[in-house]
Design a protein around this ligand. Structure first.
Ligand SMILES: N[C@@H](CCC[C@H](N)C(=O)O)C(=O)O
Length: 266
């Protein structure tokens, strides 16, 4: 009997889901890297290990494709919630999910979308990203994990995000996810992202919340809402004084078993 897995995505930010209710899997960095590798593994931006703690809600143990641990993943938590519902571990509707950034309240809808209470999107100051010699002004936003969200008039479609953008390591000692954002009109944003521990992805849920917080901040507002178009689809974000919500699709597309000998050799 091999290791059970599922594959899913939220706006094409894709994940390998590893059900591990009793916490028995030894999820090493090299196993995460191999699983996420698009040639020698299943291929994904990250891994979501599904753990049932002794107390409290189901816990999302999130890992980036390079094996690093991150505090929070907004697209991941939607896919995680979809898995819990499809596996009959929780009913459709509202329930909580544990993350390293704290407990998150989610609502799984019957149309396949999930709404997540993402907590407070905290703007902590100004900073800049450097991309191929060009500086982009942005703001640092804490959404449980660190973001540098740069609203710019440079068309984001023209940017080359293959390399890690430069950033101030004193402001972001643990690395940062960097978003580039165009304002399409009042209430619609276009975003591309370079994620910490991964590279460019087709969507980043926490990044979209940071993008909306940055846009609102730049227009002198603390609250508001926007749809955010990303290469992999569209999500909706609402920001209140004390909280924020993210809504969007969550898809499970495959399930199977990892070869035990392949797993053991890693
Ligand atoms: N794609 C995720 C964020 C995943 C973690 C991030 N790369 C980090 O290291 O903080 C999302 O949808 O929020």
């Amino acid at each position: 009997m091999g290791v059970e897995f599922l594959k899913g995505h939220g706006t094409e930010n894709d994940f390998v889901v590893l059900p591990d209710p009793d916490g028995l899997l030894d999820l090493t960095e090299s196993r995460v890297r191999a699983l996420c590798d698009r040639r020698r593994g299943l291929g994904a931006d990250g891994v979501l290990r599904v753990v049932r703690p002794d107390f409290g809600p189901w816990f999302m143990d999130y890992r980036n494709a390079d094996g690093s641990i991150a505090e929070m993943c907004g697209n991941g938590v939607r896919v995680f919630a979809r898995y819990l519902v499809e596996a009959d571990l929780v009913p459709l509707g509202p329930f909580a999910v544990g993350t390293r950034a704290g407990q998150r309240e989610v609502v799984a809808h019957d149309d396949g979308t999930v709404t997540v209470d993402m907590g407070r999107a905290l703007v902590t100051g100004a900073s800049t990203a450097l991309l191929h010699g060009v500086e982009f002004a942005g703001v640092a936003v804490d959404v449980g994990n660190p973001h540098l969200a740069c609203v710019t008039t440079t068309p984001v479609s023209a940017l080359d995000l293959r390399d890690q953008p430069g950033y101030d390591r004193e402001v972001f000692p643990h690395g940062v996810n960097v978003e580039f954002v165009n304002v399409l009109d009042d209430g619609a944003l276009l975003m591309r992202v370079h994620e910490r521990g991964i590279g460019e992805t087709r969507s980043c849920g926490t990044g979209t919340v940071a993008a909306v917080a940055s846009w609102l901040h730049g227009t002198g507002r603390h609250t508001g809402k926007a749809t955010v178009d990303v290469p992999g689809g569209q999500v909706s974000v609402v920001i209140d004084e004390e909280s924020s919500t993210l809504s969007g699709p969550a898809v499970l597309l495959a399930r199977g078993e990892l070869d035990q000998a392949w797993w053991d050799a890693l």
